[in-house]
Design a protein around this ligand. Structure first.
Ligand SMILES: O=c1[nH]cnc2c1ncn2[C@@H]1O[C@H](CO)[C@@H](O)[C@H]1O
Ligand SMILES: [Zn+2]
Length: 358
């Protein structure tokens, strides 16, 4: 088998469903924006700041990992800053060969300068549109859908769900909840999820990352999540053996083809997995769950879609067939209309991988 080079992984089309806008800023942009608003950073050297983020996020705990976001959220409080960060996000993903991305952020965290929630969303969506247009000009087209996140410890999920539905025709394709998982079960936000279902809207829920099966069970069976943000702890319902035995919840998730938005590097940093080689993605792929590969927070993990795939190639010996399978799984699970998903699979993804698979 021909070795897979990192450069080839960058070139091949990739689809990304789980990426946080406030977890993917360029360090140099943080330094510039922080100087403008007088926010104090741990260091103002962009390279050292990038290292600071990955080291601080490398804490083995989700709660401590999340503390690092104070420095990104602080510099994303004006329409100009939000628009710039979104534009650069689109450009960075496109340059990494991502052809479809859903990028999420929590509008309620960007109100410190008295913007309205709608103004926050408008600024981000405009930035994505600008970045996508520039990327197309540069010969690396990308389609970006926005997901609006509500913070699970707060009490604004209904408002954010309504905000998402209000912007559904101008770039927002779904809803999510994020933040510390332990002590904040998804059922706290049941009203929001029931509202979204009545609106025929799409949502994913961060579940089964820092907390186990009860969170996943609630997200699916009480809240009606279309996908699981992480969901990696579903392995707690699988008894190892030859063959492994699936419990009822794991069987349900696999039978219903519920997409798992797995984020290998992020899980190693928060302690959800000991290493990439030990990450349950290997088992879950072998068992043919609807597995997708994601970045979560490119800044905090010092990563990219290509790097996540390269790490999996190295740890599990995956080839182009597996990388295509992850990519098509993601595209099938996207929140944009079915015909648009099919078009990207048939016209963009399959032809590119066919050349490599032969
Ligand atoms: O992996 C994660 N698990 C839970 N919450 C997260 C994760 N990554 C980021 N956020 C949270 O989502 C907010 C909106 O983007 C971020 O500010 C962060 O607090
Ligand atoms: Zn996340």
């Amino acid at each position: 088998m021909v070795a897979i080079s990192y450069e080839d992984i960058v070139k091949v089309p990739k689809a990304l469903l789980h990426d946080h806008l406030d977890g993917g800023l360029r360090p140099a942009t943080i330094v510039e924006l922080a100087a403008e608003v007088g926010h104090e950073l741990p260091t103002t050297d962009p390279a050292a700041l990038g290292v600071w983020f990955t080291e601080a996020a490398n804490s083995g705990s989700l709660e401590r990992y999340l503390e690092t976001f104070a420095h990104t959220v602080a510099v994303m409080q004006t329409p100009a800053a939000l628009r710039r960060v979104a534009r650069e996000c689109a450009l960075d993903l496109a340059a990494d060969g991502v052809v479809y991305a859903e990028v999420r952020f929590a509008p309620e965290q960007h109100l410190e300068q008295n913007l309205t929630l709608d103004e926050v969303v408008d600024a981000v969506v405009t930035g994505f549109r600008e970045g996508s247009a520039l990327a197309a000009e540069a010969g690396t087209p990308i389609r970006i859908g926005t997901l609006l996140t509500a913070m699970r410890h707060a009490a604004r999920s209904q408002e954010i769900a309504e905000l998402a539905v209000r912007h559904r025709d101008t770039g927002v394709v779904g809803f999510d909840i994020a933040g510390a998982e332990a002590g904040f079960p998804p059922t706290r936000h049941l009203d929001a999820f029931e509202y979204l279902q009545r609106e025929n809207f799409h949502f994913t829920i961060h579940a089964g990352e820092a907390f186990g099966l009860p969170s996943i069970w609630q997200a699916i069976q009480w809240c009606g999540a279309d996908r699981l943000g992480h969901g990696v702890r579903i392995v707690d319902d699988i008894t190892p053996g030859n063959p492994p035995v699936l419990g009822r919840l794991a069987a349900y998730v696999r039978d219903k083809r519920i997409p798992l938005e797995l984020c290998p590097s992020s899980n190693v940093q928060t302690g959800a997995a000991a290493s990439i080689a030990d990450h349950p993605i290997g088992l879950l792929r072998d068992l043919r769950f609807r597995v997708t590969v994601n970045t979560d927070n490119r800044l905090m993990s010092g990563t990219s879609m290509s790097r996540e795939m390269a790490l999996l190639v190295e740890a599990f010996g995956y080839g182009w067939k597996e990388l295509q399978w992850f990519t098509i799984n993601a595209m099938k699970s996207a929140f944009i209309p079915f015909d648009e998903r099919l078009r990207i699979i048939d016209e963009v993804i399959k032809p590119a991988y066919a050349e490599l698979i032969g």
